[in-house]
Design a binder for this molecule. Structure first.
Ligand SMILES: [Zn+2]
Length: 530
């Protein structure tokens, strides 16, 4: 065995227990958020994990092996590549790394604790969002929308300092800026992703404009507005990234008002031959004091301990979220145990998102509503138009919002000294067709937490949707040969063999090509939704 191969094995034996330790602590804290001891235990576990990747001597050696093209088999070479990529962003002076983590934490804390000035008092983000969602009085809606942006002014200077540091460190490592570094380390090609976005923008232009014109008319009627502008406070979330509930003819929530969402999730996966009984037993699915209010799935040890956290309520959103999270969970559960630890994980964030999205969309599928949710054909038929239209509107709205944010984020790193406040509204107007408020010059962009807490991540959501549609089309045409995949165990077999088992053995593009017999092709998505 070569030195490199021995090193890879040793690295695996060091990192696997640290990963498990970190995951377990993260899980515990998610269930008991106010526990100070757990919180510091988590930070310590994270530092132990990251410390492995900051060793300079080891990194020098890895680089040497990589440039010398040492003799390794395919599996070992792939592992070495992933180890290398994990080392790169951690090759920063310890004091600088510490400074970055501190700054990130400070910004996140500002987001968590910030209370906006509103109607003479203080209001939380949740309270303001609730007003945006339900208030019919436009003057009050506008005030609430403006209040959601206050945090941006507070955070922007801190965020810009952080971006300058991220860029400086990326340049020291030989990249043109932090954004390009992160793209390369995520095995994404900047040029092709951005030309894909161009194409998606063009292809969706007409459909989005038509959909939005109709939506605006419905909303204006509801709020009694006659002016022609489509101001940002017209919508029910601060960034117009979601389809406003007020825009739908009928709510799908009625379908799930008496439903057992956990059972329906089991039934869905069982119908495609994927058992989730064991996953449901380890999951934590209902609301509780002190528990995280979000939803996520975590692969604790890459050995079958996969856990889902949800906060189920009997509404369509939670039905969809359950289907989504268990999509991540089956991907992790059915990985190939004969692969080494580092490869027993999805090919990419975007591929596990794709599987989650593919299943999460089903709660708006008329056939699914009959077969799994048990709706009568009459009810299903009545609701199907609303369901299809809602899903399509959601996709179009999300796509245009994501284009706005992704393009802005790239400029934020490429040229952070330009007039960002203005650029933001230029993009919002161009891609989302929302009218900027007169003369507004505020850091509205900085009120989006992702720019601070999940940098260079948003493109994965768009790519995930595209991959979801591509895999779905392949399933419809080649696996089940029908327009609905529910009730067909062949689907589970296909996913296990072609998507789950390869794990991270290949990069995402290779896996996708192997699984669907063609490279990434956005037309499957546009045919479905545009
Ligand atoms: Zn997800």
């Amino acid at each position: 065995m070569t030195d490199a191969a021995i090193y890879i094995r040793r690295h695996e034996s060091v990192i696997a227990p640290l990963h498990k330790d970190y995951s377990l602590k993260l899980w515990d804290l998610s269930l008991d958020g106010n526990n100070e001891a757990l919180s510091s235990a988590l930070v310590a576990a994270k530092e132990r994990f990251l410390k492995v990747y900051s060793d300079r001597e080891e990194f020098r050696q890895i680089r040497e092996w990589k440039t010398a093209n040492v003799q390794l088999d395919e599996i070992e070479a792939r592992q070495l590549k992933l180890i290398h990529d994990a080392f790169v962003p951690n090759q920063i002076e310890e004091s600088v790394l510490h400074d970055i983590v501190e700054r990130e934490t400070r910004i996140e804390n500002t987001f968590n604790t910030f209370r906006a000035n509103f109607e003479g008092g203080k209001a939380s983000d949740n309270e303001l969002r609730e007003i945006l969602r339900t208030e019919l009085n436009v003057v009050r809606k506008r005030a609430a929308w403006e209040a959601t942006k206050q945090v941006g002014q507070e955070v922007a200077p801190q965020l810009l300092e952080l971006i300058a540091i991220r860029n400086r460190e990326a340049r020291k490592l030989g990249y043109s800026d932090y954004y390009s570094m992160m793209f390369e380390l995520q095995e994404l090609d900047e040029r092709s992703v951005f030309s894909l976005l161009d194409r998606l923008e063009q292809l969706s232009e007409r459909a989005f404009t038509e959909m939005k014109t109709e939506l605006d008319a419905t909303l204006k009627r509801k709020y009694g507005i006659s002016d022609a502008e489509s101001h940002p406070w017209l919508y029910s979330d601060p960034f117009f990234q979601e389809f406003p509930a007020a825009g739908a003819a009928e709510s799908l929530d009625q379908v799930f008002a008496d439903a057992d969402i956990e059972t329906l999730t089991r039934k869905h996966y069982e119908s495609i031959g994927l058992s989730i009984d064991d996953l449901l037993r380890c999951a934590d699915l209902y609301e509780r004091e002190g528990k995280s209010q979000h939803a996520f799935c975590m692969d604790v040890d890459h050995e079958g301990d996969v856990r889902v956290l949800c906060n189920i309520r009997k509404v369509e959103r939670w039905m969809s979220t359950m289907l989504h999270e268990f999509g991540h969970a089956v991907y992790d559960k059915y990985n190939d145990m004969s692969l080494p630890f580092l490869l027993r994980t999805p090919a990419h964030t975007l591929t596990t998102e794709a599987i989650a999205m593919l299943n999460g969309r089903m709660s708006k599928d008329p056939e699914w509503l009959m077969q799994i949710a048990g709706l009568s054909p009459l009810d299903a038929h009545r609701l199907s138009a609303t369901a299809r239209k809602t899903l399509r509107s959601e996709m179009l709205i999300f796509l245009r919002w994501a284009i706005t944010l992704i393009r802005f984020e790239r400029e934020l790193y490429r040229n952070p000294v330009r007039d960002l406040n203005r650029l933001w509204w230029e993009y919002v107007r161009q891609f989302q067709k929302v009218t900027p408020p007169d003369g507004r010059d505020r850091a509205d962009w900085a009120s989006k937490i992702h720019l601070a807490s999940s940098p260079v991540y948003y493109q994965n959501y768009v790519l995930g949707e595209l991959v979801a549609s591509q895999i779905l089309t392949f399933i419809h045409q080649q696996v089940v040969k029908s327009e609905c995949y529910v009730g067909s165990p062949a689907v589970g077999e296909y996913l296990k063999e072609k998507v789950f088992k390869p794990g991270a053995r290949y990069d995402w593009a290779t896996m996708l090509k192997n699984a669907t017999k063609e490279p990434l092709n956005p037309e499957h998505f546009t045919r479905q939704f545009v």
